[in-house]
Design a protein around this ligand. Sequence first.
Ligand SMILES: [Zn+2]
Length: 437
Amino acid sequence: MLIRNFFFLIFFLPFSFLKAQEITSVKCTNQLAPVLFGARKDTISSRGMADNYKTWEPGMTLLIKFMPGGSRFLRNQVIVHSREWEKFANIRFKFVPDNTPFTHIRIKLGEGLGHNSAVGTDALQKEQKDQTMNFDTLGFIDGDYYLAKIKERGIKPPFTFDHLKEELKRGPVRWQLKEIRRVVIHEFGHALGLLHEQSYPEAIKWKKTDSIYQYYMKTQGWTKQQVDFNVFEVNNIFYSNGYEYDPKSIMHYAVHPWETEDGFSVKTNYELSEGDKKIIAALYPKQPSLLSRIVPKIQVTGVGNLSVYYDTQRDGLLIVPSLAIKTNQRLGEVYFVARVANPEGFFYLTDTELFNWGGTLATYMKIPVFPNTTRIFNQNKDNPFYLFLPLYLFPQLYGKEVRITFEVFMNDVMNNHLNKLVFQSATNRLSLPARSY
Ligand SMILES: [Zn+2]
């Protein structure tokens, strides 16, 4: 009765010091990736070169702050290099004090979380106490320099983190400034809605051999599934926004010739390409009326508790989300979906005709929405809203420990992009009542 692990977490090891030369190739992952691993049968890929459904409104000022930590030097590096996008996109980055209560983007300069960012407006799904972007400062140090220093001291391999830490204590840190700039620009590209350029359809003929999986396991700590998602994922041509494949894009991973069938390779790109400048200007035009492609967008805001009640009269669960949804000028279909997962995060399957969302046991509802409006659910006492799941139809659930997920999906019917995941949350473990009669 199990399907794919829904709460799959990417654990992103920054690098092994044994491979100090690999520091320059620390890959980044998008924070929503774990969510998308739980792809349903009836879904399409949500990744692309630019996810039009997740771009901010042109002309917006994004409020950005740093989470505790990070030296003044590194913070300044982030601020300075992020500005590269502002030259070409009609968007403003406003860096605000650390104690600012509401921000769109929150940056953590830390160790061990890798480099990654939420994609565009996905950042709004994160709680204000959590960061939306991580920079791994260990990935910014000059690894070759320190490796040479350690060798000079006559230390023999294997080299460990402790050797590195000893060396770092001896003086001011030697940073790789070029790498810092590259990574900052790349992650801010994600924050504006851009995705990995190597996912352009048919751009790269990957050689999917064991050695390639082993390479990413060794250098990034990625499982096969993570490699398939982060590296090999191919996007729908829709997301290219009409632009040609751009191997010079800052959003492209470096590709070694041995990784491809035809020996094709891409060197690490350190600066915005002409293609990057063009696509970001098209997504954030100086005159918003010039936006070339307007797609329906849903923003979920004001998220409160996800509550679940047992209705003894009707012998079923009332699932009560608290949120607001904001639409733009283009209409899409919006679905609220609540599903049942076991404590490990696997969904229950069903083959019933009703209460079936792509083969998983669910209760869902199509929510009527109008353009350019905000609709509020359960943020005051009037008009309570809930989804109902009749337990008596699913006796296998009685007495079980479960987690209930609540998701918002959107269909862009006009462009035939269905089941775009807009929002997702889940309860902690809860015990369902035993059958009571
Ligand atoms: Zn990336």
